[in-house]
Design a protein around this ligand. Structure first.
Ligand code: 5GP
Ligand code: MN
Length: 339
C-alpha cells in the first residue's frame, strides 16, 4: 500500500471513481463517503457512491445521499460502476469482508483500491494506496485531512462541512470520547468558518426518531438488560420478536449499547441482537478494557479499542452464554476497575 499522498498529483486527471464503505453505514461511513464525493466531483471526476447494503433513514438528509446506490437492491448500476471504475475508495473499514456480498467483487476488479480508515489491522495487501490511522477520531476527519493536505482547503463547501461534521460528531460520541483531540476541535472551528450549520446536523441525526423507537428502548431497558456487577459489565440481548413487535428498521438499534455505560461502575456494555440470519453484537468500554481484542477473540469481529462489533451464526442463547463465558475468562481485568 503506497502512501495516500502519492495520489495527490493524480487528482487533476478526470477518472471514474467509486466510493464505498462498510455494510449498514453509520454517519461516519456515509458522511466521509459523501464529503469525498462532493470534493472529487469538484475536480470533474465521475463519482458514484455504492453502499454494500441499505442504511438508516436518519442519514437521508445528508447532501448527496439520494445519489447513493444500494448494492443489494436489484440494480445493474452499481455493478457497472464497480466494473468500470479506475479508482475505488474504501472508507471507514479495514477488511473487504466488511462490505459483505460486495467483497468478492471488490477483490476481482481491475480498479486501484484506496483505503482511508481508522480501524485496527487493515488488510493492506489489497490496497494500492491508502492511509490507516487508528489515532484518528473518525474517517470523516481523515477526509478533511485529505482535502487540506492535498492543498484544497479552499474547496470545502458547506455541504462538505456538514458531511464531515456528521461523521466526526457521531464517531466521537458528540466530542466526549478520548479520541477527541485538539485537532478535532480546530477542524470544527474551520468547518464553522466554511458555513457549517452544526445545530441542523444534530437535529437531523438525533431529533427525527419515531415514537415506536422510544417504546422499544423502554422495553429493552426494562426487560432485556442484565447487569453483572461482579464484572462491571452489562448485557442487552434482544430477540428478533422484539424487533418485529416494535417495527424496528435499519439504524433504530444504533446507540442502545451506550445506555448501560451511564450506570455507575459499568465499564463494559454489550448488545446482542438476533437479526434472523445472524446475531449482531456491539461492544463499548470505558478505560482500559480492549473490546477490539474481545470482539475478535469471541465474536468474529473487531473495531476500535473502546468500540467494536461482531457477528455469530449460533442461536441467541448460545451467543449470550458465550458472552458470559468470555466475561469469566476476562474477570481479572474486568473486576479490577477502580471507581
Ligand atoms: P457497531 O457496534 O457500531 O456496529 O461497531 C462499532 C465499531 O466496530 C465500528 O467502528 C465498526 O466498524 C466496528 N465493527 C462492528 N462490527 C464489526 C465486525 O463484524 N468486524 C469488524 N472488524 N469490525 C466491526
Ligand atoms: Mn468510523
Amino acid at each position: 500500500m503506497k502512501p495516500i499522498q502519492d495520489i495527490f498529483p493524480l487528482l487533476s486527471q478526470p477518472k471514474k471513481v467509486v466510493i464505498t464503505t462498510h455494510q449498514k453505514p453509520d454517519a461516519d461511513a456515509m458522511g466521509s463517503s459523501l464529503a469525498l464525493y462532493h470534493f472529487l466531483k469538484g475536480f470533474g471526476h465521475s463519482v458514484t457512491v455504492v453502499s454494500p447494503t441499505n442504511w438508516a433513514t436518519f442519514l437521508n438528509w445528508m447532501p448527496g445521499c439520494k445519489t447513493v446506490l444500494d448494492f443489494e437492491s436489484p440494480n445493474e448500476k452499481s455493478n457497472d460502476a464497480i466494473a468500470e471504475a479506475d479508482w475505488i475508495f474504501c472508507l471507514d473499514f479495514n477488511t473487504l469482508s466488511r462490505t459483505k456480498r460486495m467483497a468478492e467483487k471488490l477483490m476481482a476488479v481491475k480498479a486501484e483500491k484506496i483505503l482511508i480508515d481508522h480501524h485496527r489491522e487493515p488488510q493492506i495487501e489489497v490496497f494500492a494506496y491508502g492511509i490507516s490511522d487508528t489515532g484518528k477520531s473518525s474517517t470523516a476527519e481523515m477526509i478533511y485531512d485529505f482535502i487540506v493536505d492535498s492543498g484544497n482547503e479552499d474547496k470545502i463547501t458547506p455541504e462538505i462541512a456538514e458531511c464531515v461534521y456528521a461523521g466526526v460528531m457521531t464517531d466521537t460520541g458528540s466530542f466526549r470520547f478520548p479520541s477527541t483531540t485538539a485537532s478535532v476541535h480546530k477542524m470544527v472551528a474551520k468547518l464553522k468558518e466554511k458555513g457549517l450549520d452544526h445545530s441542523h446536523v444534530h437535529e437531523e441525526l438525533f431529533d427525527n426518531f419515531l415514537e415506536n423507537r422510544f417504546r422499544f428502548i423502554g422495553n429493552v431497558l426494562l426487560n432485556r438488560m442484565q447487569i453483572f456487577y461482579e464484572y462491571n459489565a452489562a448485557l442487552i440481548a434482544i430477540p428478533q420478536t422484539d424487533l418485529v413487535k416494535y417495527d424496528m428498521r435499519t439504524g433504530d438499534t444504533e446507540g442502545i449499547v451506550n445506555y448501560p455505560l451511564s450506570i455507575k461502575g459499568i465499564k463494559l456494555a454489550a448488545v446482542i441482537i438476533d437479526r434472523g440470519e445472524e446475531r449482531k453484537s456491539s461492544f463499548r468500554s470505558k478505560g482500559g478494557f480492549d473490546v477490539n481484542t474481545f470482539a475478535r477473540k469471541y465474536f468474529n469481529g473487531g473495531g476500535h479499542f473502546n468500540a467494536a462489533g461482531g457477528f455469530n451464526k449460533e442461536p441467541l442463547e448460545e451467543v449470550v452464554e458465550k458472552f458470559k463465558q468470555a466475561m469469566q475468562e476476562n474477570v481479572a481485568q474486568l473486576s479490577s476497575y477502580q471507581f
